[in-house]
Design a protein. Sequence first.
Length: 394
Amino acid sequence: MLRYAYEAKQSDGRIERGLMEAESAQVVERQLTARGYQVISVNPVVEPAAVKPGDAFARRFLQPVLYPVNSKQIAQFFTSLRVLTSAGMTVAEAMAHLSRQTRNHTLRRVALEAAEAATRGKPMSTVLKRFPGAFNKATLAAVEAAEQSGMLEQVADLLAKYYDRTYQLEMTYRWQTFYPKILLICAILIPTLKTLILGSFDAWIRLVWARSVPVLLLIAGLWYGWRALVKLPGFGKAIDGIKILIPWFGSLSRRISTARWARSLSMLLGAGVPIHQAMVAAAAATGNKAMEASLVREAEGVLRGRSLSEVIRSSREIPAGAVDLITVAERSGSIESALDKVAEYYETETEVGGKQTAVAVGVLSYLIIAAIIAFIVITSWRGLGQQYESFINP
């Protein structure tokens, strides 16, 4: 049961304030009404989370690693928020409910702090900003627009669909890289089979442990160290600029970023976000800091009366085919629909390109493992040959 802070007017006109434990705010209202009170307000009481030194650093760098949030969980979070608010719950009540139902550590803390902020009259967007590892700029802009327009339920539905589609794409990429990952594991284990066959099982386990643990620690250290480095503005922008210039991989990276940009911009415009703010937030959603900087710089043009197609054409970051489609859509007034089509097209292109890349990487990995096996076989036969010669010619 939750604790609720209530404010009610007695029959003689006096204002009474107090606390009451109940299953919902409606139960509190019914109990107060039964006493003859006129209910003014009922809000859940949530203990504020303590702010510790270094909390901002932990939320930006450590929380995404220790308590990650995937797109599917965020989609479920916004879906639940839409259902609860459509059922008549206030934001404070909905967030308090989500704090009890959500299993993810980060989202549970988001819900607790959002419930506490709502009881104090603060918007939910101020809480989401504290968790940059979970919510991108596009999400923040959409929520802020929803709070200003009173369309939180509709925007929550848009965000749920947006993150659900993002999760589907992420699963596609993971599946495409599954085979190379298996081959990498084989590359670690195959060289140790000689010990398993000619030696003992215990010796093989010790060898696998001695070889695999350092390799896995090295991979993990390089991966998380790289992720920390690319968060640095200057370094990340330089790397992303080089990334899109690499043959084949650069084209694939640009298509991925274009799909994210179009999907985010469509969602933001549908949520009622002003065009300039939507363009800045969608630029951040590309995931490429070099493209983001160019798109943000050119976005100032819409404040001077330039059209969306003119601005993105000047950035030279969005493919010409997408720009042409948006130009036609501006004349017919169907920009959001055109952006959705752009996103769908480049998502399909990315999926095809990703499959081709996965096949190429898989073949390359297979050849590397074949070379390793050949080396092991040749080395073993060479050793047996030397033993045979020493036996024949003592």
